[in-house]
Design a protein around this ligand. Structure first.
Ligand code: NAD
Length: 471
């Protein structure tokens, strides 16, 4: 029986390994992590991440051929194939701060693999890493290790949060990069055999190591660039009277462009797009390609511009001040069907509105109160202590309340900002919402999900991204 171990039980490691276990009953899969609470959650009835369909997959395999453990070294030592799916955030300090990938977690995982291994291993890069990382990892793994062969593969993950299980069941492609040596090709074949249990052979692409590593960064850069392109158009639409949905449709019907990923919005978020583009920018700069670096940098700049444009629109529409006005924030996750708030545009929008002294009432069906307060750099208001003893935070905690449903959030508010495209926000009883609000009642739809004409008939003043203002 092939034994697989995955280091990192996060948004990628957990779901990918659960699907491998489900589709390969003859493979034993153990997901390990140093974060004990996370592993405890994977072993409990409440998984640490919300992802449609994930519970079901885990329930079918856990305890049979899928295991979650904090005994990292033991399971690494016992496995034939080791996936490394640790976080690779943007460096915050030192050389390359603000752009380069922080490979601290990767390096410590590689050192540990080198230390505990007593037999040959295939080590798979599942995390998104800078191109040429495998070269450095190889050096770490083989240093002082005589007689054990480590073969490195790059197998970047293309799943999208919110549709991870669907994406893993039916991937557009699986990419495996390896060295063009006999060992490299043997390792590629071993990993291809795992995926071939459910992925059609023609969708398993095999490349050299550097192409696979770079393809992941390039794929995210292209996807984010599409969003920034349509968002840049949305600004021009608002100035000219064009409608961005009509423009997107017209562009997308060209078969060379295609219709997907052309929705204008308040901006992209998530842990990957910005991080990976900044990483690409850094790699271009290190390779003496400043013009290419500047090209990609602009994708992030347009995204920042889109978020600040949205805040400015809210404030300017509400008579140039939101001071003391209650604003309902509907949605905090970076997209629907996930509870993930990493780099969500909601953070920038909320901070922008708080900077103008708005009072926020926030509701998201999957994001916890603790998470939202943490993201807004706030501490919980302790009801049992007088306010002068409360911990200092950048804005008064009294400015923010996190509530249990959309009706509570919108009650008595002056305006609503829709920041995540949760289906339930499309289906609200907007007449009831309108009746409970201060007048004039504003809706700022950062995801273009509401029926603006219907809302205007009720009496709302409605702003949608890239669409003519209240006609
Ligand atoms: P995550 O933060 O959810 O999970 C990473 C896990 O690795 C954490 O639980 C952490 O405790 C663990 N970890 C770190 N160092 C460790 C060590 N030395 N030993 C054991 N465990 C360790 O991150 P994620 O969202 O799953 O992303 C992982 C990688 O996959 C990143 O490189 C990311 O860019 C990439 N990726 C993410 C997505 C996504 O949608 N989230 C999609 C594709 C690729």
């Amino acid at each position: 029986m092939v034994k697989i171990c995955c280091i990192g039980a996060g948004y990628v490691g957990g779901p990918t390994m659960a699907v491998i276990a489900l589709k390969c009953p003859n493979v034993q899969v153990t997901v390990v992590d140093i974060a004990e609470p996370r592993i405890n959650a994977w072993n409990s009835g409440t998984l640490p991440i919300y992802e449609p369909g994930l519970d079901d997959v885990v329930k079918q395999c856990r305890g049979k051929n899928l295991f979650f453990s904090t005994e990292v070294e033991k399971h690494v030592a016992e496995s034939d194939i080791i996936f490394v799916s640790v976080n690779t955030p943007t460096k915050t300090q030192g050389l390359g701060a603000g752009k380069a990938a922080d490979l601290t977690y990767w390096e410590s995982a590689a050192r540990m693999i080198a230390d505990v291994s007593k037999s040959d291993k295939i080590v798979v890069e599942k995390s998104t890493v800078p191109v040429k990382t495998a070269e450095a990892i190889e050096r770490i793994l083989t240093h002082n290790k005589k007689g054990i062969n480590f073969t490195i593969l790059s197998n970047p993950e293309f799943l999208a949060e919110g549709t991870a299980i669907q994406d893993l069941f039916n991937p557009d492609r699986v990419l495996i990069g390896g060295r063009e040596t006999p060992e490299g090709q043997k390792a590629i074949n071993a990993l291809r055999d795992v995926y071939a249990n459910w992925v059609p052979k023609e969708r398993i692409l095999c490349t050299n190591l550097w192409s696979a590593e770079l393809s992941k960064l390039a794929a995210n850069a292209f996807l984010a660039q599409r969003i920034s392109s349509v968002n840049a158009m949305s600004a021009l639409c608002e100035s000219t009277g064009a409608d961005v949905s009509q423009v997107s449709h017209s562009i997308g019907t060209d078969s060379r462009v295609g219709p997907k990923f052309l929705n204008a919005s308040v901006g992209f978020g998530g842990s990957c797009f910005q991080k990976d583009i900044l990483n690409l920018v850094y790699i271009c700069e290190c390779n003496g390609l400043p013009e290419v670096a500047n090209y990609w940098k602009q994708v992030v700049k347009v995204n920042d511009y889109q978020k600040s444009r949205f805040v400015n629109r809210v404030v300017s529409s509400m008579f140039n001040t939101v001071s003391s006005k209650k604003i309902a924030i509907l949605g905090f996750a970076f997209k629907k069907d996930t509870g993930d708030t990493r780099e969500t545009p909601a953070i920038d929008v909320c901070k922008g509105l708080l900077g103008d002294k708005a009072r926020l009432s926030i509701f998201d069906p999957q994001v916890t109160e603790d998470q939202i307060l943490k993201d807004l750099s706030m501490k919980k208001f302790d009801k049992d202590h007088p306010s002068h003893l409360q911990p200092a935070s950048p804005t008064s905690i009294k400015q923010v309340s996190i509530v249990g449903d959309a009706y509570e959030a919108t009650k008595d508010s002056h305006g609503i900002c829709i920041l995540t495209e949760w289906d339930e926000f499309k289906k609200l009883d907007y007449q009831k919402v309108f009746d409970s609000m201060q007048k004039p009642a504003f809706v700022f739809d950062g995801r273009n999900i509401v029926d603006a004409d219907k809302l205007r008939k009720i009496g709302f003043i409605v702003y949608c991204i890239g669409k003519p203002l209240d006609p």
